[in-house]
Design a protein around this ligand. Structure first.
Ligand code: DAH
Length: 339
């Protein structure tokens, strides 16, 4: 009997399996109720009393050994199954969740594309500026309120350094570094010391436009902006210009576009006027041309500036400016998928 036990022990030691079915067969063969080990137990009855102790111990050892071996084999098979799952190259890939483009970027790109079609090139400039580029070169008088701490973020240790309050500052860089004809559109972040509310923020985005050449006229400005409005808000759009004041343009105007929501009939978005204000513009003041070294006798130009948030609010029907800066994915996911 001891020989039989030894034999079985050897057999079990050598077991190797490839599948769970095979293992199950072996489990039944060795350790089930009708298996080899149970049969040994039955035969144990016939063992002579002087051998009982030794044989009993050997059967127990064999039984534990077989049970353990089967357990280890089973674990090995399970591990293999989960490993190979990760390596199956024929499985479809996990879909990658693409983000969505930020609504401000969508509108910014759309606006830039329109002006690029007209021959404008994109220029950019620094967000941290000096007084010259933000104010002085743009003809801001000394006492202008924008130069006040209340409206502008100055760097405490050096009041000549500040966060730009508008992208018009890049006009100055462009005029300093380029030769006419100059046709630039400049997107960027601007900063103002404003209390944050649904319609104002201390940081927002603008696009500035500048066109300088010989014989640029107010008619060119008007036609350019009409084309822009039709491209952005639809073919039926119209614009109207209202006289205004900016230190860097003369004459200056504010531009309204016919309300694309009610078609000009009047609704709560346009406050029942049929018009929406979208930008400021004008003919570049000769003082501004001269300050940047451009001959104002030879060249004239127009400039315009618009807030991207405001236009995005109109296009997307967003009624709270703060939503753009909170990065709530429930808000952001509603816009075009990035491509
Ligand atoms: N810089 C002005 C602002 O921030 C916008 C503006 C108005 C820009 C008229 C211009 C312009 O270039 O001609 O409110």
């Amino acid at each position: 009997m001891l020989d039989k036990i030894k034999e079985l022990q050897k057999e079990i030691e050598e077991i190797a399996v490839k599948s769970a079915e095979e293992l199950e067969e072996l489990r039944i063969k060795y350790i089930s109720k009708k298996g080899e080990v149970s049969r040994l137990m039955e035969d144990f009855r016939n063992v002579s009393p002087d051998q009982k102790k030794e044989v009993g111990q050997a059967i127990n050892i064999l039984k534990n050994f077989a049970t353990e071996k089967i357990r280890v084999l089973k674990e090995g098979l399970e591990e293999q199954a989960s490993d190979s799952k990760g390596l199956d190259l024929s499985l479809p890939g996990d879909p990658m969740k693409a983000g969505t483009r930020h609504p401000i970027s969508i509108i910014k790109n759309e606006i830039l594309e329109i002006f690029k079609r007209l021959g404008f090139v994109v220029s950019e400039g620094p967000e941290i500026e000096d007084d010259w580029h933000v104010f002085s070169a743009l003809n801001f008088p000394e006492e202008h309120p924008a130069r006040d701490m209340q409206d502008t973020f100055f760097i405490q240790r050096n009041p000549d350094i500040l966060l730009r309050t508008h992208t018009s500052s890049v006009q100055v860089h462009d005029m300093e570094t380029m030769k006419p004809p100059i046709r630039t559109v400049t997107p960027g972040r601007v900063f103002r010391n404003e209390a944050i509310s649904y319609r104002a923020h201390c940081m927002f985005h603008q696009i500035e436009g500048l066109y300088i050449d010989e014989d640029v006229s107010f008619a060119d400005l008007k036609q350019t902006l009409l084309y822009f409005a039709k491209e952005l808000f639809g073919e039926k759009s119209e614009i109207r210009m209202r006289p205004s004041y900016f230190p860097f343009t003369e004459p200056s105007a504010e531009v309204d576009v016919s309300c694309s929501i009610c078609g000009g009939k009047g609704c709560n978005v346009c406050k029942y006027t049929g018009w929406l204000e979208i930008l400021g513009c004008g003919m570049v003041d000769p003082n501004v041309l001269e300050a940047s070294g451009i001959d104002s006798k030879k060249y004239t130009g127009f400039a315009f500036g618009m807030g991207i948030e405001r236009i995005a609010m109109l296009k997307f029907g967003v009624n709270d400016l703060r939503l753009y800066f909170e990065n709530d994915v429930r808000f952001l996911n509603q816009f075009e998928a990035a491509n």
